[in-house]
Design a protein around this ligand. Structure first.
Ligand SMILES: Nc1ncnc2c1ncn2[C@@H]1O[C@H](COP(=O)(O)OP(=O)(O)OP(=O)(O)O)[C@@H](O)[C@H]1O
Length: 289
């Protein structure tokens, strides 16, 4: 299966500060990939590199098998909705659709019209008068009607309330199923990604901490809980992602095959949020070292 996004040794420096460092990324086609990380992790920088808005300082990145923004054909295959879902405040919804038709060779006018109608948006309404959720939906409609092979969304739901978030992500999932499109979506909230994404990239402090199919990542990690200072504690060489201790108890998040466990130890599965938090913890501990 070919990759929609492939990067090797990818780095980006602003002045003396590295926003992204030595990133190796491989996202196969057909996924909704969630790029998650705290503020300042480098998510926007990565997405701007993927859309050709920035040039790498080190390494390289290919999108759909070509250099980002290498020419009109490549540009037509990638849709990008930037952070804060920008639209033109003075233009009406209908004018946005006409603009989309003029600028995009593969424009799907019926898809755009039907989606706007299904959302209940008034074509005569100026975008500046739409609510945040409606603006986000308009921006998503423009991205979808372009009929790209890859749609890149930078924190599209950041400014939306929980209901609007859910509706937006639901709409995105329906559209990806219908139009066989790959998506890369960034967020600093795991809850946004839990129901939407089947591929995950955790980016912390400018580095990729973990990447892979969500299902496989969840199956390949466990939480181990047992007594603190236990002489019969399991051997966890190189498997510990994060460790937390209370006076009496130790809790480890580990990856890989489960070691032999003594009777005082229990292993339990992890949720997506726990997995992401464990890797954030991991990055903090590495930085302290
Ligand atoms: N144009 C710029 N000039 C200098 N530094 C920048 C620039 N853009 C981003 N940075 C820095 O690069 C780092 C990564 O920023 P980036 O916007 O990629 O993070 P992010 O993960 O998208 O954050 P957020 O979730 O807050 O949007 C940050 O430390 C930021 O301050």
């Amino acid at each position: 299966m070919s990759a929609v996004l492939e990067a090797h040794g990818l780095g980006k420096r602003y002045g003396r500060r590295w926003a992204l460092r030595d990133c190796t990324i491989d996202i196969p086609e057909g996924h909704v990939a969630g790029l998650v990380g705290p503020n300042g992790a480098g998510k926007t920088t990565l997405l701007k590199l993927a859309t050709g808005l920035l040039e790498p300082t080190t390494g390289g990145i290919d999108v759909l098998g070509g250099r980002p923004a290498a020419g009109p054909a490549q540009l037509a295959r990638v849709g990008f909705v930037a952070q804060d879902t920008p639209v033109y405040a003075a233009l009406t919804v209908a004018e946005h659709l006409r603009l989309g038709a003029r600028l995009n060779p593969g424009w799907d006018a019926a898809l755009a019209r039907d989606r706007i109608a299904a959302l209940g948006l008034d074509p005569g309404q100026r975008a500046g008068r739409l609510s945040g959720g409606q603006r986000a939906q308009l921006a998503l409609t423009l991205g979808l009607a372009k009929r790209p092979d890859l749609l890149i969304l930078d924190e599209p739901v950041a400014s939306l309330d929980p209901l609007a978030r859910r509706e937006f992500l639901q709409g995105l999932m329906e559209a990806t199923a219908e139009h066989r499109l790959s998506v890369v979506l960034s967020s600093h909230l795991v809850s946004d990604l839990e129901r939407t994404c089947d591929y995950l990239i955790v980016l912390v402090e400018s580095r990729v901490q973990v990447i892979g199919r969500t299902e496989e990542l969840l199956a390949g990690h466990h939480r181990l809980t047992g007594p603190r200072h236990d002489p019969a504690a399991p051997l966890l060489d190189g498997q510990v992602v994060s460790a937390r201790h209370t006076e009496r108890q130790s809790t480890f998040v580990v990856h890989g095959d489960l070691p032999g466990l003594g009777p005082a130890w229990t292993a339990s599965p992890l949720g997506l949020e726990d997995l992401v938090l464990a890797y954030m913890d991991h990055s903090r501990l590495e930085a302290q070292r």
